[in-house]
Ligand binder design. Structure first.
Ligand code: 5RP
Length: 234
């Protein structure tokens, strides 16, 4: 679902548009995923060809390696407390610009970086727009392995159906960049996800959820009908 070729064109379009928002001497949070990969490539081109001077703060090893490939100077999240801007993809975006993230298991660092940024901007193709979060994409929850059974039981009592995310070309569960597991959770359609998120944050063993409420300043959407980028603001 994440990689059909029409989507790729739209992802590329928003990635390139987002790179244009980055100005000289900015510190820039850099998200994770296939849409952000196009953003990083274009940012790298601007660094090389336009002499753009920026510091990137990547949210994953994947993005750090891409920054290295495109000669973008980077800093670790623990070495800064504020960013001018952060650009990231998303798995679902609702009409209030709340989002689900974590399809790449990076939501914990992504949320830290989003919270540090003066402006958090999400870039998506139009297939990510949904009437309500958890419409088709499960909520990724990063958990400490020792809490697996406890958290699974708690989620079940909350009406959630949790699946431990498994590795591809790696036996056993996905291990995040923080050394933890991911549970992908589908809640019942009438669930109040804001309440759920509050409760999850009070549950021992849960590191972070992929629910981002009230954090997004602007969303750039690649639209297939006109092959153009639309801007959504609150
Ligand atoms: C990673 C994420 C990604 O931003 C999200 O999964 C979107 O990915 P893509 O741009 O590949 O569709 O949250 O944890």
């Amino acid at each position: 679902m994440k990689t059909n070729s029409a989507n790729q064109e739209l992802k590329k379009m928003v990635g390139i548009t987002a790179a244009d928002l980055i100005k000289d001497e900015m510190t820039c949070g850099i998200g994770t995923g296939s849409t952000v990969a196009f953003f990083i490539e274009e940012l790298g081109r601007r660094v090389q060809q336009e002499g753009l001077r920026i510091t990137g703060v990547p949210t994953s090893f994947q993005s750090k390696l891409l920054c290295r490939q495109y000669n973008i100077p980077v800093q670790d999240t623990q070495d800064c407390s504020r960013l001018d801007i952060a650009i990231d993809g998303a798995d679902e975006v609702d009409p209030d610009l709340n989002v689900i993230k974590g399809g790449g298991a990076a939501q914990t660092r992504e949320k830290i970086v989003a919270a540090m940024a003066d402006q958090f901007i999400v870039i998506v193709d139009e297939t990510k727009l949904v009437p309500k979060l958890n419409h088709a994409f499960p909520v990724p929850i990063e958990i400490i392995p020792a809490a697996l059974t406890f958290v699974e039981n708690k989620l079940q009592r909350m009406g959630g159906e949790a699946t431990l995310r498994m590795g591809v070309r790696k036996d056993g569960p996905v291990i995040t960049d923080n050394g933890q597991f991911i549970l992908d959770v589908q809640f019942k359609p009438d669930t109040d996800l804001k309440n759920i998120d509050r409760e999850l944050h009070q549950t021992p063993g849960i590191v972070e959820t992929g629910l981002f409420f009230g954090m997004v300043a602007m969303t750039l959407v690649g639209s297939a009908a006109e092959m153009k980028v639309k801007t959504l603001k609150k």
